[in-house]
Ligand binder design. Structure first.
Ligand SMILES: [Mn+2]
Length: 324
């Protein structure tokens, strides 16, 4: 998988590793494990991201530099970008990417723009965590318990606890190897899934209250706004995974969650598909993208117009799918 990246990984001495804005478990886990891999080879590595490690992942005891905190721009031979399909998803770190002479993009999003000087993009792989495991293997670096813990979290979160269709036999083999290093996966699962913040539950109450079904009943959606967050004293990370409640409903093909940001009237939409439905194609129509089962898109306008536009397209896509 990493043949094309090996020369750069070996030759370069200083690395800058980064991931996407609003980092999730896969981003945090794969970015930090990749940095640990390179450090164990004696390389000088810094991690710089637009956003901090989210609170729900603080138990991992990892941190990185924030772009906004940098006194001066770091010097590096090569930049490694993980889990980030488009350069814009780097946020302000894009400025560092623009000055990078060499870069390696490592990603599993089908929509990846392959914007690095070297690109390792494997859309059939569940998570970047799984790809970093392969990187350890191909570079013949033994996996420490600390890295194994990070990769377990990366893979577990991006596969919905090994439930999503992206989970393969290889995924389970990798996870067996990670557990073999002696990590306490029961502890990790408890930390990931059994420490829900009360603020999240209050927000979930509103989210469920806003659930609507399309006429056919096959499309379901809900919405929240920045003021919902403020009133529940919640933050953006508290909404993570809300859309999955919708796609778990019986009879649903497509689910989406629209979040309206107060500033610049932007509406961020997360899509989920079930069965044969494909939300990557749907999101593409509106300039977004992702995977066939999970995708995202940014809209401008009001929530009503945007949602009826999406429902219209999704219903059309369903009808076309049924006729062929
Ligand atoms: Mn990912």
């Amino acid at each position: 998988m990493f043949e094309c990246a090996l020369p750069l990984l070996k030759e370069c001495e200083t690395f800058l590793v980064s991931g996407h804005i609003n980092p999730d478990g896969d981003c945090v886990g794969s970015v930090c494990a990749c940095a640990q891999l390179l450090q164990s080879l004696g390389k000088k590595v810094s991690i710089v991201c637009h956003d901090p490690v989210p609170e729900n992942l603080h138990f991992l005891a990892v941190s990185w530099q924030l772009f906004s905190d940098l006194a001066e721009r770091p010097q590096f031979d090569c930049m490694i970008i993980l889990d980030t399909p488009q350069p814009e998803r780097l946020g302000d770190v894009l400025q560092l990417f623009d000055q990078a002479k060499q870069s390696i993009v490592i990603d599993h999003h089908i929509s990846n723009a392959e914007f690095g000087s070297v690109n390792v993009v494997a859309s059939h792989v569940s998570s970047c965590g799984e790809m970093i495991f392969e990187m350890f293997t191909e570079m013949k670096v033994p996996i420490s318990k600390a890295s194994a813990q990070l990769l377990y979290v990366a893979i577990s979160t991006d596969t919905g606890s090994f439930r999503f269709g992206n989970t393969t036999g290889r995924t389970h083999q990798i996870v067996a190897d990670l557990i073999g290093t002696g990590i306490d996966h029961h502890y990790l699962n408890e930390q990931l899934y059994s420490y829900i913040r009360p603020e999240r539950i209050l927000l979930l109450k509103r989210f469920l209250n806003n659930v609507s079904f399309s006429e056919s009943g096959a499309i379901v959606w809900s919405h929240l706004s920045e003021s919902d967050l403020a009133e529940c004293h919640a933050d953006k990370a508290d909404m993570d995974g809300f859309v999955n409640y919708l796609s778990d409903i019986r009879g649903i093909d497509i689910a989406f969650f629209a979040f309206s940001q107060a500033k610049d009237a932007r509406i961020k939409v997360s899509f989920r598909a079930k069965g044969k439905a494909d939300v990557n194609t749907l999101a593409n129509q509106f300039g977004g993208g992702g995977h066939s089962q999970a995708a995202g898109c940014i809209f401008h306008g009001d929530i009503k117009t945007v949602s009826s536009m999406i429902i219209g397209s999704a219903e059309r896509q369903r009808n076309e799918g049924m006729s062929c």
